[in-house]
Ligand binder design. Structure first.
Ligand code: PNS
Length: 188
């Protein structure tokens, strides 16, 4: 019997409850699902690829058919190397559709046999994005219900280091690998 392997590509900076929701849904319809983190040298991420990988591995440890990997270059080339038949992408709202459709059609042009499958996360995550999680955390808001606890903890650690750095505390030590972190907004 033919087994269907899918790639769920993305930046996952950081991974959110919305990503986890989609991974769970994907794991139910595909025989194998590979969560693939793009190694993008042009972006200035909050978390290093290694950190994101660790977080995603911990988040998906209970799913037997889900693995985590990293890639660079074209997603379609990575999918070919991985012998995957499908790409999984999430659509939260109509606003996602235009960009996702464009990307899916370009990927189809590059590799016609690779299907993009869109899935919707639970409604309660329809407003959730990694970018907003970073922004809320950087401005001192709570991200507790937006990301798994282990991710919230890592984000808090990043923000604390940034805060100490800003205050010039020697205990801040070396800036962790990753990218730009802005300090938490000071409480009035
Ligand atoms: O989580 P993101 O940032 O929305 O994910 C975007 C991603 C990584 C899926 C997309 O940028 C991508 O596929 N990049 C790899 C390069 C590539 O294949 N570009 C052509 C896409 S049409």
């Amino acid at each position: 019997m033919k087994r269907i392997k899918a790639i769920y590509p993305g930046s996952f900076d950081p991974p959110t409850n919305g990503h986890l929701d989609l991974i769970e849904r994907g794991s139910k319809i595909f025989d194998e699902l590979v969560v693939a983190i793009l190694r993008n040298p042009e972006k200035d991420p909050l978390f290093s690829v290694a950190d994101r990988r660790k977080m995603l591995e911990a988040m998906t440890a209970d799913f037997d058919n889900v693995s985590v990997d990293t890639f660079d270059g074209l997603t379609v080339d990575y999918a070919l190397r991985m012998e995957a038949q499908a790409l999984l992408r999430g659509i939260r709202a109509i606003s996602d559709y235009e960009y996702e459709l464009q990307m899916a059609l370009m990927n189809r042009k590059l590799r016609p046999t690779l299907e993009t499958v869109f899935m919707m996360p639970a409604e309660k995550y329809s407003y959730l994005s990694s970018r907003l999680v970073r922004e809320v955390a950087q401005l001192g808001g709570s991200i507790d219900c937006l990301v798994p606890e282990l991710v919230a903890q890592k984000v808090r650690e990043k923000m604390d280091v940034a805060h100490k750095f800003e205050k010039g505390e020697p205990s801040a030590g070396k800036m962790p690998s990753g990218g730009t972190i802005r300090p938490r907004k000071k409480k009035a």
